[in-house]
Design a protein around this ligand. Structure first.
Ligand SMILES: Nc1ncnc2c1ncn2[C@@H]1O[C@H](COP(=O)(O)OP(=O)(O)OP(=O)(O)O)[C@@H](O)[C@H]1O
Ligand SMILES: [Mg+2]
Length: 462
């Protein structure tokens, strides 16, 4: 407010009036008036200053109120502020929309009026919780709206005044429909992921079963063709022997019999028959061994803990996986006698097959293909261990994936070739055997995967 003109018109008025011969009482009265007018002047100036200050504060307050109103208006969650008795003091725009009424119709109503009678949490529950000085966290409320019950998840707390005394209750509710939809989408995505993973696990099982069958069939093929070839030779020998016996029983004379014996190469047949028979026997035994290995390594009896020789397991894994898939592979299996460990031979066989399979995959298309399996008894602080290493001449394992190769579903192979479960299964099996599995690169190139298991020499026999 501008100061009116001339407010200080007496500020510079001469205080000393000449009183020569004049009435001194009149001079005193003048002084008193001047003092009063000056005081008024000062008071008036102070009022003006206060007025200006008040206006500035008002402007700041209005701005703050506008900001808060903007905030409340832009909230999508329903906000209800009420006093400690549950009388509504303020609501936001989202609440007005939810209840289909303006703020003026909602303010001063009882909180209970806004909550559906069937709500899982009632207004009385709110007041009781607040009386205990507790918070309401994600509790389900049903609001009574014109469209019917409206479910919201509510968070609530006490509101305090500047002196720190409880002054009211603030409730914020998020429509549960949105949350439910989000949960639904999440559950669906999770279900989809689980199904895909199950399919992958199934695909992996079928793929390893397919590889196993192919490898075993390849292995069986050799001794069977051996048996088959020898059986054919034996049949020819038998035919010739029968022809000779027919001549004997037909009463042929000595020279005729000698001629028939030479013709039918009977002496040669008699020399070859034992060799053909032992060849057949050898082939049949090999078939029997392969079938026995197959039985042993595919049995899933978890309790079957036994002492077994790693050499047999490793050789069979190489025979079944590597030979059929990479016939020109150079293979060196250098395992000492009596490299015995304790556990489930079938599961360790599965580990070895996976490791050999990875090595074979890594060497695909490489100029030099060399698979090496070495092993030894190694002393360690936890007792003697059996260590078996599978080395290849592939490209090795890149450093940036080294930390992830044991993760389930981690693979660098194209879709349909690998599922990334191989090493994670091997890792779990090694742990179940109180052992471990490690991977590294060899200084000369290629990867080395090390399987460490307890040594049967150090452990009590089961
Ligand atoms: N000998 C190896 N040389 C190079 N990389 C390897 C070797 N062994 C494993 N890896 C890497 O580790 C990854 C994971 O191997 P893992 O055996 O778990 O899965 P996979 O072979 O890809 O698929 P799966 O075994 O399920 O068919 C492989 O994709 C490959 O990148
Ligand atoms: Mg693999």
């Amino acid at each position: 407010m501008p100061a009116p003109e001339g407010t200080d018109f007496l500020a510079d008025a001469p205080l000393a009036l000449t009183a020569t011969g004049a009435d001194l009482g009149a001079v005193d009265a003048d002084h008193a008036w001047i003092a009063v007018i000056r005081k008024m002047d000062e008071t008036y100036a102070e009022l003006v200053r206060q007025q200006v200050e008040l206006e500035a504060k008002n402007a700041a307050l209005e701005e703050a109120q506008g900001f808060i109103a903007g905030l409340l208006g832009s909230m999508t969650d329903v906000l209800i502020a009420c006093d400690l008795n549950g009388r509504v003091e303020q609501v936001n725009l989202a609440a007005e929309r939810a209840f289909g009424q303006g703020a003026e119709a909602l303010v001063d109503r009882a909180l209970g009026d806004l909550i559906d009678p069937a709500s899982p949490t009632s207004a009385a529950d709110v007041l009781a919780t607040m009386a205990r000085r507790q918070r309401i966290v994600d509790q389900e409320f049903t609001l009574a709206t014109p469209d019917g019950p409206h479910a919201v998840a509510v968070n609530g707390a006490l509101r305090f005044d500047p002196r720190g005394r409880a002054a009211g209750i603030v409730l914020v509710g998020r429509p549960i429909g949105e949350l439910r939809a989000a949960y639904g989408a999440l559950a669906k995505a999770h279900e989809h992921l689980k199904r895909t993973q199950q399919q992958l696990v199934h695909a992996e099982k079928m793929a390893s079963l397919g590889r196993l069958v192919a490898g075993v069939a390849h292995e069986l093929n050799n001794p069977i063709s051996f048996v088959y070839g020898n059986a054919h030779a034996l049949k020819r020998y038998v035919d010739r022997l029968i022809a000779y016996l027919d001549a004997v029983h037909g009463g042929a004379d000595g020279p005729a019999l000698a001629a028939a014996r030479a013709d039918l190469r009977i002496d040669r047949a008699l020399t070859d028959i034992p060799a053909a028979l032992s060849g057949m026997l050898e082939g049949a035994e090999r078939v029997r061994d392969i079938v026995a290995d197959l039985r042993r390594f595919s049995s899933d009896r978890r309790e079957a803990r036994e002492v077994f020789d790693m050499a047999g397991v490793a050789r069979s894994a190489v025979d079944w996986v590597a030979k059929s898939q990479m016939p020109d592979l150079t293979i060196r299996v250098d395992l000492p006698d009596g490299l015995e460990t304790i556990g489930h031979p079938g599961h360790i066989h599965q580990v070895m097959m996976n490791l050999v399979q990875n090595a074979v995959d890594a060497m695909e298309g490489r100029p030099e293909r060399q698979l090496e399996i070495t092993g030894a008894h190694v002393p360690s602080p936890e007792g003697e261990r059996v260590v078996v290493e599978v080395c290849d001449t592939g490209p090795g394992i890149a450093q940036d994936i080294m930390g992830r190769i044991f993760d389930p579903f981690f693979t660098t192979k194209p879709v349909g070739k690998g599922t990334g479960l191989g090493l994670s299964i091997c890792y779990r099996i090694a742990e179940e055997h109180d052992g471990r599995l490690e991977a590294a690169n060899r200084p000369g190139g290629g990867a080395v995967v090390r399987l460490v298991l307890p040594s049967a020499r150090a452990e009590p026999r089961p």
